[in-house]
Design a protein around this ligand. Structure first.
Ligand code: ADP
Length: 408
C-alpha cells in the first residue's frame, strides 16, 4: 500500500488520504501466525524442508543419469536440473525452505559432480566456479520469492489495517449517533421541564388578572397571596432547573474550571453532615477515620456532590430511618460511602440513575420532587477529578452510593 505522508509514529495517511493506524509488532506477529495457521498442512515449512531433501536427491540422480546419457560437461552448467526443486519449493513453501534447497543442491553438486563421489572438497578454484551458476540462479530465485512474500505481506497488513480503520469508523459513527439521540432526548425533556412551570406561572397570573378585573379594582388579598405563592414556587423551580442545566452543559463542555485545593475530606464531610442535620432534622451518622484524608479537589464542587448524595439519601428513605456516611482511606484513594435504608434501586436502574433527567419509576410515582439532574452533575464533577462514582443497592434494603477520589 502506497503511503504518501507519515504523520505520527503509529498512524499514516494512505494514498486516498485516509488516516490509518499502523499495526504494532505484536499485531503483525499475530497476523503472521493466523496466516500460517490458515495454510493447508502440506504447505507447512517443515514439509518444504523435508521435501527439498527428497527432490534434491531425485533431481540430482536425474542429473547424473542425464550427464551419463549425453556425455556431461561442456554444454550446460553443473546441476542445472537441480534448479527445478528450488523453483518448486520456492513457489509453495517460500524463501527459507528454497534457500535450504539451494544449500542442499550445492552440496549435492559438490559431492557428486565436482568431487566425483569422493567427498565435499575443492581441488582447484575452478571447482568452485563450476558450482557458481547453480548457486547464483538458486539465490536469485530465493530473492525473487522473498520480494513476492514481502509484497504479499504488505498487502495483507494494509488490508488488516483498513479493516481496523473501518471498525473504528463504525464505532465513532455509533457514538455520534448515540450523542445525537441523547441531545434530542435532552432537548425534549428540558423543554418539557421548562414549559411546565411556565404554564403554571401564566395560569396563575391570568387567574389573578381575571379576579382583579371582576372585582373592579378591589383586590382579594388571600387569592392574590395564593397566586403569588404559586408563581414564586414555580419561579424557584425554574431557576433551579436553569441553573442545573447550565451546570450540566458547562461541566460537559469543560467550560467550568476546577479550583483545586488541598483539603481534608473528613472536615468537608463533617460540615455537610452538620448542615444537612440542621436542614432536614434527620438522624445522620458520620464515621471518620482517625487520620486526616487529604485530597486535592474543588471544595465547592465536591461539597455539591456530597450534598446531593446525602440529600437523596434523606429524600428517598423513610423519615425515621438513619442515613450513614463513612470515609475510608483505601490504597491511594479516599472512599466515601453514603448509605440509606430506603426502598433501594432495581439492578437495571443502577447505571441509569447517573443519566441526565433519569428518575426511577418509583421516584416518578412518589411525591418526591426532582429533575433527575443531581447525579449526572455529580458524575461529571467526580470524573473531572479523576475519580469514580457508583451505586450498589438491593431492592427493599436501601442504597449505598460510593465516591472514590485520588489521595493528594
Ligand atoms: P432527583 O433526585 O432530582 O430526581 P438525581 O439525579 O439526584 O435526581 O437522582 C436520579 C434518580 O436516582 C432519582 O430520581 C431517584 O430515582 C434515584 N435515586 C437517587 N438517589 C437515590 C436513593 N438514595 N435511593 C433511591 N433512589 C435514588
Amino acid at each position: 500500500m502506497a503511503t504518501t505522508k507519515s504523520i505520527q509514529k503509529d498512524t499514516y495517511i494512505d494514498h486516498k488520504g485516509r488516516r490509518i493506524r499502523r499495526m504494532t509488532f505484536e499485531q503483525r506477529a499475530e497476523l503472521r501466525r493466523n496466516f500460517t495457521a490458515s495454510l493447508p498442512l502440506w504447505r507447512h515449512p517443515l514439509i518444504g524442508y523435508l521435501l527439498s531433501i527428497l527432490l534434491v536427491g531425485l533431481f540430482g540422480w536425474g542429473q547424473q543419469a542425464l550427464d551419463g546419457w549425453i556425455g556431461g560437461g561442456g554444454i550446460y552448467f553443473a546441476g542445472s536440473l537441480l534448479l527445478l526443486p528450488v523453483l518448486f519449493i520456492a513457489t509453495f513453501w517460500g524463501t527459507m525452505p528454497s534457500l535450504f534447497t539451494v544449500l542442499l543442491g550445492a552440496l549435492y553438486i559438490d559431492y557428486f559432480f565436482i568431487g566425483y563421489n569422493q567427498g565435499i572438497s575443492w581441488q582447484h578454484w575452478e571447482d568452485g566456479l563450476r558450482i557458481l551458476p547453480f548457486f547464483i540462479s538458486g539465490i536469485t530465485i530465493a530473492i525473487i520469492t522473498a520480494q513476492r512474500e514481502r509484497a504479499r505481506w504488505q498487502t495483507l497488513i494494509a488490508e488488516q489495517e483498513l479493516k481496523e480503520y473501518a471498525a473504528e469508523l463504525e464505532v465513532s459513527n455509533q457514538k455520534l449517533e448515540d450523542a445525537n439521540q441523547t441531545k434530542d432526548r435532552f432537548l425534549s425533556i428540558a423543554s418539557h421541564e421548562l414549559k411546565t412551570p411556565i404554564t403554571t406561572i401564566r395560569g396563575q397570573a391570568q387567574l389573578a388578572l381575571r379576579r382583579l378585573a371582576k372585582q373592579d379594582g378591589e383586590m382579594n388579598v388571600s387569592d392574590m397571596h395564593t397566586a403569588l405563592e404559586r408563581i414564586n414556587e414555580q419561579t424557584v423551580r425554574l431557576t433551579t432547573l436553569i441553573e442545573e442545566l447550565l451546570d450540566v452543559s458547562s461541566l460537559r463542555t469543560g467550560k467550568t474550571a476546577l479550583n483545586k485545593r488541598k483539603l481534608n475530606i473528613n472536615e468537608l464531610c463533617q460540615q455537610v453532615v452538620d448542615d444537612q442535620k440542621l436542614l432536614t432534622g434527620r438522624h445522620i451518622e458520620l464515621k471518620l477515620p482517625p487520620k486526616e484524608v487529604m485530597v486535592s479537589v474543588d471544595r465547592d464542587r465536591i461539597e455539591q456532590v456530597l450534598i446531593n448524595l446525602v440529600g437523596n439519601a434523606v429524600k428517598y428513605s423513610p423519615e425515621g430511618s438513619v442515613v450513614q456516611i463513612c470515609v475510608e482511606r483505601k490504597w491511594r484513594k479516599a472512599l466515601i460511602h453514603v448509605r440509606d435504608h430506603g426502598k433501594g434501586i432495581a439492578p437495571d436502574q443502577l447505571e441509569k440513575v447517573f443519566d441526565t433527567f433519569y428518575r426511577t419509576p418509583d421516584a416518578e410515582a412518589s411525591t418526591k420532587k426532582g429533575l433527575g439532574l443531581g447525579l449526572s452533575i455529580s458524575k461529571e464533577i467526580i470524573e473531572r477529578h479523576e475519580g469514580r462514582i457508583w451505586c450498589e443497592s438491593q431492592l427493599g434494603q436501601g442504597s449505598e452510593f460510593f465516591v472514590e477520589l485520588p489521595l493528594k
